[in-house]
Design a protein around this ligand. Structure first.
Ligand code: 76R
Length: 260
Protein backbone atom coordinates (compact mmCIF):
# COMPACT_ATOMS: atom_id res chain seq x y z
CA UNK A 1 0.00 0.00 0.00
CA UNK A 2 1.07 3.63 -0.38
CA UNK A 3 3.09 4.73 2.68
CA UNK A 4 0.30 7.10 3.75
CA UNK A 5 -2.09 4.30 4.57
CA UNK A 6 0.35 1.93 6.20
CA UNK A 7 0.53 1.98 9.97
CA UNK A 8 4.06 2.32 11.33
CA UNK A 9 4.39 -1.26 12.42
CA UNK A 10 1.02 -2.93 12.81
CA UNK A 11 -1.78 -3.99 10.53
CA UNK A 12 -5.25 -2.71 9.82
CA UNK A 13 -8.05 -4.88 11.13
CA UNK A 14 -11.66 -5.13 10.05
CA UNK A 15 -14.45 -7.15 11.58
CA UNK A 16 -17.54 -7.28 9.37
CA UNK A 17 -20.93 -8.84 10.04
CA UNK A 18 -23.72 -9.65 7.61
CA UNK A 19 -27.33 -10.68 7.85
CA UNK A 20 -28.90 -12.90 5.24
CA UNK A 21 -31.92 -11.19 3.71
CA UNK A 22 -35.12 -13.10 3.04
CA UNK A 23 -36.19 -13.82 -0.52
CA UNK A 24 -34.72 -15.39 -3.59
CA UNK A 25 -31.45 -13.88 -4.68
CA UNK A 26 -29.11 -13.89 -7.61
CA UNK A 27 -25.73 -14.48 -6.09
CA UNK A 28 -22.40 -15.11 -7.75
CA UNK A 29 -21.34 -17.94 -5.48
CA UNK A 30 -17.89 -18.46 -6.99
CA UNK A 31 -17.07 -14.78 -6.66
CA UNK A 32 -18.37 -14.74 -3.10
CA UNK A 33 -16.30 -17.80 -2.16
CA UNK A 34 -13.23 -16.27 -3.79
CA UNK A 35 -13.71 -13.06 -1.79
CA UNK A 36 -13.88 -15.07 1.43
CA UNK A 37 -11.02 -17.45 0.61
CA UNK A 38 -7.94 -16.72 2.76
CA UNK A 39 -5.78 -18.51 0.16
CA UNK A 40 -6.97 -16.44 -2.82
CA UNK A 41 -4.35 -14.43 -4.69
CA UNK A 42 -5.51 -10.99 -3.54
CA UNK A 43 -6.68 -12.10 -0.12
CA UNK A 44 -5.62 -9.99 2.85
CA UNK A 45 -2.82 -11.39 5.03
CA UNK A 46 -5.39 -12.79 7.43
CA UNK A 47 -9.00 -13.69 6.80
CA UNK A 48 -11.32 -15.79 8.88
CA UNK A 49 -15.00 -16.55 8.44
CA UNK A 50 -17.41 -17.68 11.12
CA UNK A 51 -21.09 -18.49 11.50
CA UNK A 52 -22.60 -16.05 13.98
CA UNK A 53 -25.42 -17.01 16.33
CA UNK A 54 -28.46 -14.86 17.05
CA UNK A 55 -30.26 -12.23 15.01
CA UNK A 56 -27.49 -9.65 15.12
CA UNK A 57 -25.63 -11.37 12.30
CA UNK A 58 -25.42 -14.61 10.35
CA UNK A 59 -21.95 -14.36 8.87
CA UNK A 60 -18.81 -12.81 10.35
CA UNK A 61 -15.53 -12.00 8.59
CA UNK A 62 -12.37 -10.88 10.36
CA UNK A 63 -9.49 -9.64 8.22
CA UNK A 64 -6.08 -8.03 8.76
CA UNK A 65 -3.61 -6.54 6.31
CA UNK A 66 -1.09 -3.68 6.00
CA UNK A 67 -3.45 -2.10 3.43
CA UNK A 68 -6.84 -0.98 4.78
CA UNK A 69 -8.26 -0.82 1.26
CA UNK A 70 -7.47 -4.49 0.77
CA UNK A 71 -9.69 -5.16 3.80
CA UNK A 72 -12.38 -2.95 2.40
CA UNK A 73 -12.09 -4.67 -0.98
CA UNK A 74 -13.30 -7.88 0.71
CA UNK A 75 -16.50 -6.08 1.66
CA UNK A 76 -16.87 -4.59 -1.81
CA UNK A 77 -16.45 -8.03 -3.38
CA UNK A 78 -19.01 -9.52 -1.00
CA UNK A 79 -21.45 -6.75 -1.92
CA UNK A 80 -20.79 -7.19 -5.63
CA UNK A 81 -21.14 -10.97 -5.45
CA UNK A 82 -24.02 -11.30 -3.00
CA UNK A 83 -26.05 -8.24 -3.94
CA UNK A 84 -29.16 -7.98 -1.79
CA UNK A 85 -28.64 -11.40 -0.22
CA UNK A 86 -26.21 -10.24 2.46
CA UNK A 87 -26.91 -7.03 4.34
CA UNK A 88 -23.98 -5.53 6.23
CA UNK A 89 -25.18 -5.34 9.85
CA UNK A 90 -22.08 -4.28 11.78
CA UNK A 91 -18.44 -3.51 11.23
CA UNK A 92 -15.52 -2.55 13.39
CA UNK A 93 -12.38 -0.77 12.16
CA UNK A 94 -9.16 -0.93 14.17
CA UNK A 95 -5.41 -1.39 14.01
CA UNK A 96 -3.03 -3.69 15.83
CA UNK A 97 -0.56 -2.19 18.27
CA UNK A 98 1.76 -3.01 21.12
CA UNK A 99 -0.04 -1.54 24.10
CA UNK A 100 1.80 1.11 26.10
CA UNK A 101 1.30 -1.20 29.10
CA UNK A 102 3.33 -4.07 27.71
CA UNK A 103 6.38 -3.89 29.97
CA UNK A 104 9.82 -3.35 28.46
CA UNK A 105 12.54 -5.70 29.73
CA UNK A 106 13.61 -3.00 32.23
CA UNK A 107 10.02 -2.51 33.44
CA UNK A 108 9.60 -6.28 33.74
CA UNK A 109 12.75 -6.46 35.90
CA UNK A 110 11.55 -3.52 38.04
CA UNK A 111 8.22 -5.25 38.54
CA UNK A 112 9.92 -8.44 39.78
CA UNK A 113 11.87 -6.37 42.30
CA UNK A 114 8.73 -4.56 43.46
CA UNK A 115 7.11 -7.97 43.95
CA UNK A 116 9.98 -8.71 46.35
CA UNK A 117 12.27 -10.74 44.10
CA UNK A 118 15.79 -9.48 44.83
CA UNK A 119 18.25 -9.07 41.99
CA UNK A 120 20.35 -11.94 43.37
CA UNK A 121 17.49 -14.20 44.39
CA UNK A 122 17.35 -17.53 42.56
CA UNK A 123 15.42 -17.34 39.34
CA UNK A 124 15.55 -13.56 38.94
CA UNK A 125 18.13 -13.51 36.14
CA UNK A 126 16.50 -16.45 34.37
CA UNK A 127 13.08 -14.80 34.44
CA UNK A 128 14.39 -11.52 33.08
CA UNK A 129 16.37 -13.36 30.37
CA UNK A 130 13.31 -15.47 29.51
CA UNK A 131 11.16 -12.38 29.12
CA UNK A 132 13.79 -10.68 26.99
CA UNK A 133 13.89 -13.72 24.74
CA UNK A 134 10.09 -14.03 24.42
CA UNK A 135 9.25 -10.33 23.98
CA UNK A 136 10.14 -9.86 20.27
CA UNK A 137 8.02 -12.84 19.20
CA UNK A 138 5.16 -11.71 21.46
CA UNK A 139 5.25 -8.29 19.83
CA UNK A 140 5.20 -9.85 16.36
CA UNK A 141 2.10 -11.78 17.42
CA UNK A 142 0.50 -8.57 18.75
CA UNK A 143 1.17 -6.62 15.54
CA UNK A 144 0.83 -9.22 12.80
CA UNK A 145 -0.99 -12.04 14.56
CA UNK A 146 -1.43 -15.58 13.37
CA UNK A 147 -5.07 -16.45 14.01
CA UNK A 148 -5.17 -19.37 16.40
CA UNK A 149 -6.82 -22.62 15.42
CA UNK A 150 -9.67 -22.43 17.88
CA UNK A 151 -13.31 -22.93 16.95
CA UNK A 152 -15.09 -20.29 19.03
CA UNK A 153 -14.86 -16.65 17.95
CA UNK A 154 -16.04 -13.82 20.19
CA UNK A 155 -15.84 -10.13 19.40
CA UNK A 156 -16.89 -7.05 21.33
CA UNK A 157 -15.83 -3.42 21.47
CA UNK A 158 -15.00 -1.62 24.69
CA UNK A 159 -14.11 1.73 26.23
CA UNK A 160 -12.40 2.84 29.38
CA UNK A 161 -14.89 5.20 31.02
CA UNK A 162 -14.46 8.90 31.74
CA UNK A 163 -16.97 9.35 34.57
CA UNK A 164 -16.31 11.85 37.36
CA UNK A 165 -16.12 9.00 39.91
CA UNK A 166 -13.95 6.73 37.70
CA UNK A 167 -11.99 8.41 34.98
CA UNK A 168 -9.32 6.18 33.44
CA UNK A 169 -7.88 9.12 31.54
CA UNK A 170 -7.11 11.19 34.63
CA UNK A 171 -5.20 8.35 36.36
CA UNK A 172 -1.42 8.70 36.29
CA UNK A 173 0.42 6.30 33.97
CA UNK A 174 1.94 4.47 36.96
CA UNK A 175 -1.54 3.62 38.34
CA UNK A 176 -2.85 2.54 34.91
CA UNK A 177 0.22 0.33 34.50
CA UNK A 178 -0.41 -1.31 37.88
CA UNK A 179 -4.03 -1.98 36.94
CA UNK A 180 -3.05 -3.42 33.57
CA UNK A 181 -0.41 -5.62 35.23
CA UNK A 182 -3.13 -7.06 37.48
CA UNK A 183 -5.30 -7.52 34.38
CA UNK A 184 -2.50 -9.38 32.57
CA UNK A 185 -1.91 -11.65 35.58
CA UNK A 186 -5.57 -12.63 35.65
CA UNK A 187 -5.63 -13.13 31.86
CA UNK A 188 -2.57 -15.36 31.76
CA UNK A 189 -4.51 -18.05 33.65
CA UNK A 190 -6.44 -18.69 30.44
CA UNK A 191 -3.34 -19.43 28.38
CA UNK A 192 -3.96 -22.35 26.02
CA UNK A 193 -7.74 -22.18 26.45
CA UNK A 194 -8.37 -18.65 25.20
CA UNK A 195 -6.35 -16.52 22.84
CA UNK A 196 -6.99 -12.76 22.78
CA UNK A 197 -6.24 -9.96 20.37
CA UNK A 198 -6.80 -6.38 21.45
CA UNK A 199 -6.93 -3.95 18.53
CA UNK A 200 -6.98 -0.18 18.95
CA UNK A 201 -9.79 1.89 17.48
CA UNK A 202 -9.52 5.36 19.00
CA UNK A 203 -10.01 7.65 16.00
CA UNK A 204 -11.18 4.75 13.83
CA UNK A 205 -14.46 3.62 15.31
CA UNK A 206 -16.98 4.50 18.01
CA UNK A 207 -15.24 2.47 20.71
CA UNK A 208 -11.65 2.58 21.94
CA UNK A 209 -10.69 -1.09 21.52
CA UNK A 210 -11.91 -4.20 19.84
CA UNK A 211 -11.58 -7.40 21.83
CA UNK A 212 -11.31 -10.60 19.81
CA UNK A 213 -11.28 -13.82 21.78
CA UNK A 214 -10.80 -17.28 20.34
CA UNK A 215 -11.58 -20.20 22.58
CA UNK A 216 -11.55 -23.97 22.55
CA UNK A 217 -14.96 -24.18 24.17
CA UNK A 218 -17.92 -21.79 24.52
CA UNK A 219 -17.73 -21.92 28.31
CA UNK A 220 -14.19 -20.57 28.17
CA UNK A 221 -15.51 -17.37 26.56
CA UNK A 222 -18.05 -16.90 29.31
CA UNK A 223 -15.50 -17.74 31.98
CA UNK A 224 -12.76 -15.36 30.80
CA UNK A 225 -15.12 -12.43 30.27
CA UNK A 226 -16.77 -13.05 33.63
CA UNK A 227 -13.50 -13.55 35.51
CA UNK A 228 -11.82 -10.50 34.00
CA UNK A 229 -14.76 -8.27 34.94
CA UNK A 230 -13.43 -8.56 38.49
CA UNK A 231 -10.07 -7.07 37.48
CA UNK A 232 -10.06 -3.56 38.96
CA UNK A 233 -9.34 -2.19 35.47
CA UNK A 234 -12.56 -3.74 34.12
CA UNK A 235 -14.71 -3.53 37.26
CA UNK A 236 -14.16 0.20 37.69
CA UNK A 237 -13.31 1.52 34.25
CA UNK A 238 -14.63 -0.69 31.46
CA UNK A 239 -17.74 -0.30 29.39
CA UNK A 240 -18.68 -2.84 26.73
CA UNK A 241 -20.49 -2.76 23.40
CA UNK A 242 -22.41 -5.51 21.62
CA UNK A 243 -21.09 -9.07 21.77
CA UNK A 244 -20.87 -11.28 18.69
CA UNK A 245 -20.25 -14.98 19.22
CA UNK A 246 -19.63 -17.29 16.29
CA UNK A 247 -18.03 -20.54 15.24
CA UNK A 248 -15.08 -20.55 12.85
CA UNK A 249 -15.84 -22.37 9.58
CA UNK A 250 -14.51 -22.19 6.03
CA UNK A 251 -16.58 -19.83 3.85
CA UNK A 252 -18.19 -22.73 2.00
CA UNK A 253 -19.52 -24.14 5.29
CA UNK A 254 -20.66 -20.72 6.46
CA UNK A 255 -22.68 -20.21 3.26
CA UNK A 256 -24.18 -23.67 3.59
CA UNK A 257 -25.10 -22.90 7.17
CA UNK A 258 -26.91 -19.70 6.17
CA UNK A 259 -28.62 -21.49 3.23
CA UNK A 260 -26.91 -19.43 0.53
O1 76R B 1 -0.46 -8.48 25.66
C1 76R B 1 -0.16 -8.96 26.77
O2 76R B 1 -0.35 -10.16 27.08
C2 76R B 1 0.45 -8.04 27.81
C3 76R B 1 -0.43 -7.81 28.94
C4 76R B 1 -1.78 -7.23 28.49
C5 76R B 1 -2.07 -5.95 28.05
C6 76R B 1 -1.11 -4.77 27.88
C7 76R B 1 -3.02 -7.97 28.45
C8 76R B 1 -3.16 -9.31 28.78
N1 76R B 1 -4.04 -7.13 28.03
C9 76R B 1 -3.48 -5.89 27.76
C10 76R B 1 -4.13 -4.77 27.27
MN1 76R B 1 -6.01 -7.56 27.85
N2 76R B 1 -7.96 -8.05 27.67
C11 76R B 1 -8.98 -7.15 27.54
C12 76R B 1 -10.21 -7.87 27.62
O3 76R B 1 -13.59 -8.31 29.10
C13 76R B 1 -12.85 -7.51 29.73
O4 76R B 1 -12.94 -7.37 30.97
C14 76R B 1 -11.86 -6.69 28.97
C15 76R B 1 -11.58 -7.24 27.60
C16 76R B 1 -9.91 -9.22 27.79
C17 76R B 1 -10.88 -10.36 27.94
C18 76R B 1 -8.48 -9.30 27.83
C19 76R B 1 -7.77 -10.50 27.95
N3 76R B 1 -6.41 -5.63 27.40
C20 76R B 1 -5.49 -4.67 27.12
C21 76R B 1 -6.19 -3.48 26.67
C22 76R B 1 -5.51 -2.23 26.10
C23 76R B 1 -5.17 -1.25 27.15
C24 76R B 1 -4.42 -0.08 26.55
O5 76R B 1 -3.48 -0.27 25.75
O6 76R B 1 -4.78 1.03 26.93
C25 76R B 1 -7.53 -3.75 26.72
C26 76R B 1 -8.67 -2.84 26.33
C27 76R B 1 -7.66 -5.10 27.17
C28 76R B 1 -8.87 -5.76 27.35
N4 76R B 1 -5.54 -9.54 28.33
C29 76R B 1 -4.30 -10.06 28.64
C30 76R B 1 -6.43 -10.59 28.23
C31 76R B 1 -5.71 -11.80 28.49
C32 76R B 1 -6.34 -13.19 28.43
C33 76R B 1 -4.41 -11.47 28.76
C34 76R B 1 -3.26 -12.41 29.10
C35 76R B 1 -2.65 -12.84 27.80
C36 76R B 1 -1.42 -13.64 27.95
O7 76R B 1 -0.39 -13.03 28.23
O8 76R B 1 -1.53 -14.86 27.78
Amino acid sequence: PPPTIRTKDGWHCLHAYFQVQPGRHEIDRDRLLAALNPEAEHAPQRLQTYAVTGHRADLGVMTMDPDPLRLDAVLQEVRAAAGQALRPSYSFVSISEVSEYVPSVEQFAERLKREGMGEDSPGYAARVAGYEKRLPAMNVQRLTPEFPEMPVHCFYPMNKIRDPHANWYTLPFSRRSELMAEHATSGIKFAGRVSQLITASTGFDDWEWGVTLWARSPEDVKEIVYTMRFDAASANYAEFGPFYVGYVLPAEECLKHVRL
